[in-house]
Design a protein. Sequence first.
Length: 412
Amino acid sequence: MPKYLTKRRRRWYAVLEIPKQLRTTFGKSRFKQSLQTESLSTAERRVMPVIAEWKAWIESARLGDASLNSRVAEWRVLAEESRQQGMTDEEIRNMSLDLSILSRHEDPDLYDVHKITFGEWIVLTDHIEAWVATLENEQKTIDMKRTDVTRFAKNFRYAHDATNRAVIEWVEMDLIDQSNLSYATCRRIVSACRGYWTFLQRRHKLDCPAPFENVVPKSNSKSGKKAHSEARKGFDLQDYRNLLSGAQGGSQDLSQLIQLGAYTGARIEELCSLPLTNVASDRLHIEDAKTEAGWRIIPIHPHISDLVANLSENSTDGFLLSGLTFNKYDDRSNAIGKRFGRLKTKLGYGSDHVFHSLRKGVASQLEAAGIPENVAARLLGHEFKTMTYGLYAGGKLPFAVLNDALCKVDWT
């Protein structure tokens, strides 16, 4: 039986066991709700948002009996039980409203409980997991969207608190001024919030207008000179020497990664995930599923031929750079990338210098050597959109042309 599902009289139901310590609070041992379908595939699609909402109720109840969230969770259960006893939603709502009005002096929070219980006020933290369960992005993107929307929900308790003016102030004062986020990052956060808002409108009858119109300035107010100074910069010959010298005495793999980056122009994640099956005696086969241009051949530069041969011979896990660990997103570059970040910071480089700066350094050397742009683009895995070289050339160049071009790169 699929998780969280049970079948009764040909129909599928969502079920979730309530933790023992909270069963007294909810007055039952588990949640159960019809998914209104006889189709298993439909039930599997509908069940996770329901489960996510129940889990939010449980988490609210964990906060304690005195919390507003816990009381709302209890009232939701009482409302559900009243429906099962034959009461209509209108009767339940009116009974709750009468009770909250009569008790407003002794229990001023009861009116808020009524509004939340019956969906007139939407607590923005309540439905985040239900929304996340509907997303079909990669896990890393999903986690980022969850973080962005949670940040929004912590600032605005109820949906009706998030007016356009209030969101503008949140973006300008919290995100930009206090957190010093870029405008691009702010737009990403607002985009996630807009998606969550649409979910609330469709699934939870939110009738407040979306408050995100023109909340992020269209362009930075920084001067052109300052904005240019904060752009990523490329490493030059002296920078490369500094990095290699700084990496001495530490783990050998960091020095090896720097050399590979400098003489291939490859991205850090491309190098760290490169399997030995993609390493030949004279070339590396880079397979980047993100873009068609990312699938390319990089000749092995003479300066790193011995390094590549040694790494291949001594690998213990089937990767060119052996021994790196995966993070939860199956990314082998995360940990060593952070070590590179600490190294370059220790050497005095700021946020405008990153591992990608080696790639920019390779591009600069190719340009200085007079390498045609289409050849440099093939080596670096860039899109090349001109009519002749981009559309009709098919992306292939003779290996000898690529090899001659890359040999122009020299960090000695």
